[in-house]
Ligand binder design. Structure first.
Ligand SMILES: [Zn+2]
Length: 464
């Protein structure tokens, strides 16, 4: 990160720390005007009008309490538990250096930020964090079969993460950077963001109506002049209602579609590369692929260690469907392995081999390359345990515009963000989308991936 970028990040973060204070001041002012000036001074003391004042007070607090609670949780989460993805070791060192340099304000000729290798770890087969991807059955990959790499954070990008230049960090399920709430909105705080906007829009609409009625009343009474504070609140409520109601509308639409604002920008044409773990069922049915798909690419995890004379990571070098190098691809189905040669029983293999623990035997079934190559690939670090633990993934492109994470209904999408009962939708309890207990993938996958699996012959054996 250069110094200009670092300055911008600092400005963004400080703006995000100051705006909430201003916002709190505005809410404090609205409370003073509505409760003290309108209800107490004007309605109670001057007109003894309890019939107007009491409903206003009740509605005010019914909206004020959840608005402030959701705001407190939103701000706390954004500042204390932001949806940041960890930095890689090189990025940590680089940022520590930049911080130290800024502190001592020296012009010394030392290691510049540009001299840190932010691709460190990217080509390491044992790169820390890689296992978080290949221990799942499906993950978003780059065209080389590895997860996407952030060259600012020097680390792997989880599915749906996005590098946010405003905060200088990768954000889990990044939606947008919001200075009003203290920073980036993503996985941990999106639910509270929706709730805060919803309650604030309701609160502002109420103030609009109440102040409109109060002003109209003052204009109709002789000897009374319009209280300028009522006009100020009317204007503020109008502006904030316009803003927060449109934010609520947009965010709810995103939740219903299971998209982030960033994903939505390219949603109509987006194509994702998914690494889908190969199953015995897939192997059994691979003939069907030859007619509709080009040669498929596969990658085996844990990654093999590179040896100088033999580039063994052969399946991951080419881009999908671009290099027709059938020697290197499973799915070069013009010459699929015969069941007789492999001893594979089509009737029972799909059931008994299982998809979750592929064995070396399974691996050999569909490999075009010689079966011995597998073991020679790993002479540097081979053991039967490694072979048992290996996981083979096929790289598959989604159809343009398909959202892999859109579930079977908009309501289900909404529930995964907001909670599974109505009370959770309105109160700032923890969001289910921050829970990653799914062993299949980092985020629950929807029908688009089911149909891809079906198309590729994965489907029938997968049961969750
Ligand atoms: Zn990043």
């Amino acid at each position: 990160m250069g110094s200009a970028a670092e300055r911008n990040t600092a400005i963004n973060i400080w703006t995000a720390r100051i705006l909430p204070i201003i916002l709190s001041g505005v809410i404090g002012y609205a409370t003073y005007v509505t409760i003290y000036l309108l209800c107490v001074n004007y309605l109670f003391r001057r007109h003894h009008d309890n019939g107007f004042a009491i409903p206003v007070l009740v509605v005010y607090f019914v909206l004020f309490v959840p608005m402030m609670t959701s705001y407190a949780r939103l701000y706390y989460t954004t500042v204390v538990d932001p949806p940041y993805i960890s930095l890689g070791p090189a990025a940590i060192r680089e940022r520590a250096y930049m911080k130290e340099k800024a502190k001592i304000r020296s012009e010394e000729d030392g290691v510049g930020a540009g001299e840190y290798d932010l691709t460190e770890g990217k080509d390491d087969p044992d790169s820390p964090g890689l296992e978080l991807f290949y221990t799942k059955d499906v993950f978003v990959s780059d065209i080389d079969g590895k997860p996407k790499w952030c060259s600012h954070c020097a680390n792997w990008k989880p599915d749906r993460a996005h590098h946010d230049s405003s905060s200088g960090r990768c954000i889990a399920k990044m939606d947008h950077f919001c200075p009003w709430v203290g920073g980036p909105v993503g996985e941990t705080n999106f639910k509270f963001f929706i709730q805060f906007n919803f309650w604030t829009a309701s609160y502002c609409l109420t103030l609009l109506i109440v102040m409109g009625v109060a002003i109209r009343r003052q204009t109709g009474l002789e000897g009374e002049s319009i209280n300028p504070h009522f006009i100020a609140i009317l204007a503020l409520a109008s502006a904030f209602f316009t803003f927060t109601s449109s934010m609520t509308g947009n965010a709810v639409v995103m939740a219903l579609k299971n998209l982030t604002t960033i994903e939505h920008l390219v949603a109509k044409s987006a194509v994702h590369v998914l690494a889908i773990r190969k199953t015995s069922y897939y192997e059994n049915r691979n003939k069907r692929l030859s007619s509709t798909h080009g040669p498929l690419q596969e990658i085996t995890y844990p990654l093999a260690h590179h040896t100088p004379n033999r580039p063994i990571f052969h399946n991951a070098r080419a881009t999908i469907n671009i290099e027709p190098d059938t020697e290197r691809h499973v799915g070069s189905l013009s010459n699929p392995p015969s069941d007789a040669a492999t001893g594979y029983n089509q009737n029972s293999g799909a059931v008994h081999n299982g998809i979750r623990t592929p064995s070396p035997v399974q691996h050999n079934l569909v490999q075009q390359r010689p079966t011995t190559q597998y073991s020679t690939d790993r002479t540097d670090n081979s053991s039967s345990r490694d072979l048992q633990a290996s996981r083979i993934f096929v790289l598959v492109k989604t159809n343009p515009g398909d959202n892999p994470w859109a579930l079977s209904s908009p309501l289900l999408n909404f529930k995964t963000v907001m909670g599974f009962n109505i009370v959770q939708w309105f109160l700032p309890t923890a969001s289910p989308c921050s829970v990653h207990e799914n062993s299949e993938s980092q985020f629950t996958l929807g029908p688009a991936v089911d149909s891809l699996r079906h198309e590729y012959g994965f489907q029938d054996e997968v049961s969750y």
